[in-house]
Design a protein. Structure first.
Length: 385
């Protein structure tokens, strides 16, 4: 009765953990959304947009003033020149941009290269679009296994999905690594679909580089980003895709029939976001850097093995030695016994590696993280014994 494609994936484990957290009144470090308010100026801009009657459909591919601001931002920050009229599409979050990109590119059986660990949406994105995912595990230190990457490309490869800064690993891809990926994309005539939603959340002076800024990638990259993370408005559902005209035109066709368009008043408010001064982004990083250190120390104290992320707002941690449980059991145990929710690592891996891991987000108020730290430390005594 149901389509074959829905059998390829289960409901999101992340949102499932959120429901479990609510049930047990646990602190939710599972789903990556801020529990603190969005910027005041942005909320005012959204309220004004509604009162000023931006309440009907916008142009399907996005309000003109927003596309112009996105184009300006992308030129300045990403070094990508995208014509606002023909190369920028505003979508319902970067989630829709990724799905629309895949539906626009993929024919049944085409292969898509995906690094592991991966953001959990990419598996279902591949399944819905009919793609066969080819997972390429990163090395333990998050570096690229060059041989494995090259071996994943073949005549059937249509696209490669990249996510930098990365959820869940916190990896920020370097210029050299992106060059390697770009060379393979050129050699095999492959499109890079790059999810750069955490592009402003970078630590220790790491720099964000967009593969779409490389000359040879201009016509073979779909660059995706959005407002959810940078401006703490995950519920607004505004994202966008930049791509050369032909790719954009295909993506826009899918987008139009999927959603018609992103919420008009919120698109209008996002223009205000893109005009924030540079100091906004500096403050954002400073805030998340403090939270990163807080969670890192809490997890280390509670017996988890972890490394500091280079970007984004997650820590992918090894379950404490001696816990004697896999990721699913340990995640459930943590919710009910410690009162802290995290995501089982297997959501981000096709291989067994994920079973040893949990992902925590630190996109929460300091009070929330401090209380989580207290709970984890208390529970740690039980894991040790
Ligand atoms: N891409 C990555 C890597 C994410 O981590 C998330 C949210 O957690 C998204 C996309 C979703 O972004 P949006 O809210 O723009 O749909």
């Amino acid at each position: 009765m149901l389509s074959r494609r829905v059998n390829y994936f289960t409901e999101s484990v992340i949102r499932d953990m959120t429901r479990l957290a609510l049930k047990h009144e646990a602190i939710n470090l599972a789903q990556g959304f801020p529990d603190f308010p969005a910027p005041q100026e942005l909320k005012r801009a959204a309220a004004s947009a509604i009162m000023d009657d931006y309440n009907q459909y916008s142009i399907t591919w996005g309000a003109k003033d927003l596309r112009e601001e996105i184009s300006r931002k992308s030129s300045k920050y990403n070094h990508i020149e995208a014509d606002p009229d023909s190369e920028v599409t505003v979508t319902c979050g970067s989630t829709e941009a990724m799905m629309a990109a895949m539906l626009a590119l993929i024919n049944d059986g085409d292969e898509v290269v995906v690094f592991e660990p991966f953001y959990e949406n990419y598996g279902p994105d591949a399944a819905v679009s009919g793609a066969v995912p080819r997972f390429v595990p990163l090395n333990d230190d998050n570096s690229i296994d060059e041989e494995a990457l090259a071996a994943a490309f073949n005549k059937k490869t249509r696209a490669l999905i990249l996510n930098t800064p990365n959820n869940p690993s916190g990896k920020v891809f370097s210029k050299e690594e992106l060059r390697l990926i770009a060379d393979l994309c050129v050699d095999y005539d492959v499109i890079a679909v790059t999810d750069e939603i955490y592009e402003y959340i970078l630590y220790d002076n790491k720099k964000h580089i967009s593969i779409g800024s490389f000359d040879e990638m201009t016509d073979r990259t779909i660059t995706i980003s959005g407002f959810s993370k940078t401006y703490s408005v995950t519920g607004w559902r505004i994202g966008y895709a930049l791509a050369e005209k032909k790719l954009t035109s295909a993506l826009r066709k899918v987008h139009d029939f999927l959603t018609v368009g992103a919420p008009a008043p919120l698109q209008h408010a996002c223009v205000t976001a893109l005009r924030f001064p540079d100091s906004y982004y500096k403050e954002l990083v400073k805030m998340y850097d403090g939270k990163r250190k807080l969670l890192y120390n809490a997890l280390t104290k509670a017996g988890f093995g972890c490394t500091m992320p280079e970007g984004a707002y997650y820590i992918l941690a090894d379950i404490p030695q001696g816990a004697g449980m896999d990721d699913m059991d340990f995640a459930r145990h943590m919710v009910s016994e410690a009162g802290v929710a995290a995501v089982p690592g297997s959501s981000f891996y096709r291989s067994e590696t994920g079973k040893r891991k949990l992902r925590f987000t630190f996109s929460k108020r300091d009070e929330t993280l401090i209380e989580a730290a207290r709970r984890l430390e208390r529970a740690h005594t039980a894991w040790r014994n």
